[in-house]
Design a protein around this ligand. Structure first.
Ligand SMILES: [Zn+2]
Ligand SMILES: [Zn+2]
Length: 253
C-alpha cells in the first residue's frame, strides 16, 4: 500500500479513466493520507491546465478533513515551456511538478524515448534532457527515470553507462527518484537473462542507482482509480524491499 501517492492522472490526458472524485473516494477507502494529482500538462491548451487546477483545488477544500489532496503536473522538458512552468511554481498554483522524460525537442529534433529506438544518441539526449530539467530547479520528483528502457528495450553497456551517469547527476540535486507502477501495467517487456520483464522499474537499473546517495519514492502513476492499489503496486513494493532502497514515504511539498 502506498499511503502517500504523488503520481495520479485524470481522464484529461486522454489515456486515464474514472472521474476525479472516484480517485478521491477510493483513496479515502484505502485510508490513504495523501493523494497528489499530477496529470500530464498540456503544451497547447493552457485553459485546460487552468481548469484542471481549479477542479483539484475544489476537491482539496471539499475533502480537507479526510485526505490531503495536492495539485501538480507531470511535465516534459521543453525550453519554451520553462517560463510557464516557473510561473506555476512561483505563484503557487501547483504544490509541485513531476519531471517525466518521455520526449523532448533537442537542437531542433524531436525525440520520443518510449517508442522503440536503436540509435544510442537517444540515450545521450535523454541524459542531457534530465540535466536541463534538474538545472531548472522546478522538479523535485523525478518519475520513472528508467522509462528510456521502454524505447531502448535492451540492458547493455550503453544502458549501464547511462544509469551510472544518471546516478551521479541525480545525487547532486535535492530530489526524489520514483519507482513507477506503469511499466508493470504496460505490455512492453524487455528480455533479460531469458526472462521477459517490465521495462520499468527495472531491477538492474535500480541496483546501480542504489550505489548513489539518493532518496527513492514509490509512485502508483495511476491512470484508473483501482490502480492506487493493484498488482503493480505490489511489484514496485517488492522491488523496493528486495533491493533495500532508501525510500521516503512522505514528502513535504
Ligand atoms: Zn509518465
Ligand atoms: Zn504519469
Amino acid at each position: 500500500m502506498i499511503i502517500n501517492n504523488y503520481h495520479t492522472h485524470t481522464k484529461r490526458c486522454g489515456h486515464a479513466t474514472g472521474e476525479d472524485i472516484d480517485y478521491v473516494n477510493y483513496a479515502i477507502s484505502l485510508h490513504m493520507k495523501t493523494l497528489g494529482f499530477s496529470c500530464h500538462i498540456s503544451h497547447t491548451d493552457f485553459e485546460l491546465n487552468a481548469s484542471y487546477l481549479k477542479d483539484i483545488q475544489k476537491l482539496k477544500e471539499q475533502f480537507k478533513d479526510k485526505i490531503k489532496i495536492l495539485k501538480a503536473f507531470e511535465c516534459e522538458y521543453e525550453d519554451d515551456l520553462i517560463p510557464y512552468y516557473r510561473n506555476l511554481v512561483e505563484t503557487k498554483q501547483v504544490d509541485y511538478l513531476i519531471f517525466g522524460n518521455h520526449n523532448t525537442t533537442y537542437n531542433g529534433t524531436f525525440y520520443n524515448f518510449i517508442r522503440p529506438f536503436k540509435d544510442v544518441t537517444y540515450l545521450d539526449v535523454y541524459y542531457e534532457t534530465l540535466k536541463k530539467a534538474l538545472d531548472s530547479h522546478l522538479f523535485t520528483y523525478i518519475c520513472h527515470p528508467d522509462v528510456f528502457l521502454k524505447g531502448y528495450l535492451k540492458w547493455d553497456e550503453h544502458a549501464i553507462n547511462l544509469t551510472h551517469k544518471m546516478g551521479k547527476l541525480l545525487s547532486q540535486y535535492d530530489c526524489y527518484v520514483e519507482l513507477s507502477g506503469t511499466g508493470y501495467r504496460s505490455k512492453a517487456r524487455l528480455k533479460y537473462n531469458g526472462e521477459f520483464l517490465p521495462t520499468y522499474p527495472f531491477k538492474e537499473f535500480f541496483k546501480i542507482l542504489k550505489q548513489y546517495p539518493l532518496k527513492f519514492v514509490l509512485g502508483a502513476d495511476a491512470h484508473a482509480p483501482e490502480q492506487l492499489n493493484d498488482d503493480a503496486i505490489k511489484y514496485i513494493e517488492d522491488m523496493k524491499d528486495e533491493l533495500e532502497l532508501n525510500t521516503v514515504d512522505e514528502i513535504n511539498f
